[in-house]
Ligand binder design. Structure first.
Ligand code: C5P
Length: 290
């Protein structure tokens, strides 16, 4: 994860994630769902500035986001301080939002993960990445992955991670319609375990040594939320076919939506698809792996 220093503040980039396939296996006794998904961090990011202060306080560029104690950044400070022995770390935080919310890109989890990394740096690295992932798991199902980013197979709630090395070198074009999908709603609608075996699950079972061959993964992408989210929001299906017609090798929805992404091996085709979406007035991001 990229780290920057500017004007005496410590700066952390909070990378977004996309799901390269997402299967909901079953509903668990604790109300969460058992997942099988490959997560990929991308270089669309929020930026979090952190500096020591007498009182902990958060400001944010997006007036729609609460800066109260419910914000995942402030909750990250709380769980960090609870684990810290000695005096709590008090900080002034400023969050510059770029990742759309309710978009299936893990924006809140990304901010929480960035806050944990930044606090750890500020305090002289008292915690290992494994401890940061454990703390992140208290804040959001995507947050443990976003501590280190890259590419990883995630199971459990999303916290059981196996890093993957993907040999493919792709460009991602994200299309983010102006509809926010509630994750809680999407999980309440999904019918888990409809397909105990599927090309995607078979592909995941066949992974060995953490290596993912070039295009094998993109030929088997499935997202269990896609059908139900597209039925409720036809724009999601329209954007997916737009990306497909623009030459994407594969298209899928990320997480529980509403973002759809296209995967391209040709940079120019990806740029054209991105510009085409912007010309239609759609929020679009041209991304590389992070
Ligand atoms: O963990 P997080 O706060 O991101 O999850 C938001 C909601 O999504 C949970 O309250 C739950 O309803 C649902 N969820 C789930 N199973 C998961 C992840 C999330 O049911 N593995």
């Amino acid at each position: 994860m990229e780290q920057l220093e500017r004007g005496g503040s410590l700066v952390e980039k909070a990378w977004a994630k996309i799901n390269l396939g997402l299967k909901v296996r079953w509903r668990r006794a604790d109300g969460y769902h058992e997942l099988c998904t490959i997560m990929q961090a991308v270089d669309l990011a929020d930026v979090l500035w952190i500096e020591p202060a007498a009182q902990t306080r958060l400001t944010c560029t997006d007036p729609e986001l609460s800066t109260g104690p419910d914000n995942l950044v402030l909750r990250a400070v709380e769980v960090f301080n609870c684990r810290l022995s000695g005096a709590p770390c008090r900080v002034r935080l400023h969050l510059e939002k770029h990742i759309p919310m309710g978009a299936g890109l893990g924006g809140g989890s990304a901010d929480a993960a960035a806050a944990l990394r930044g606090l750890n740096r500020l305090c002289g690295a008292p915690f290992s990445a494994a401890v940061l992932r454990e703390l992140a798991g208290l804040l959001g199902s995507d947050a443990p992955f976003l501590i280190s980013g890259g590419t990883a197979l995630a199971r459990g709630r999303g916290e059981q991670l196996e890093p993957l090395h993907w040999e493919g070198d792709f460009y991602y074009v994200l299309a983010c319609p102006e509809v926010a999908v509630s994750t809680v709603w999407a999980y309440s609608q999904v019918q888990p375990g409809l397909t105990p075996s599927s090309p995607y699950l078979n592909f995941v079972s066949s992974l060995s040594g953490g290596r993912v061959a070039g295009k094998a993964l993109i030929n088997v992408l499935e997202n269990d939320f896609q059908g139900l989210v597209e039925r409720a929001n036809p724009i999601v299906a329209e954007l997916r076919s737009h990306l497909s017609l623009a030459g994407a090798q594969a298209c899928s929805m990320s997480g529980s939506g509403s973002t759809v992404y296209g995967i391209f091996d040709d940079r120019n085709a990806a740029q054209r698809a991105h510009q085409g979406l912007r010309a239609k007035g759609c929020r679009s991001f041209f991304c590389r792996p992070a």
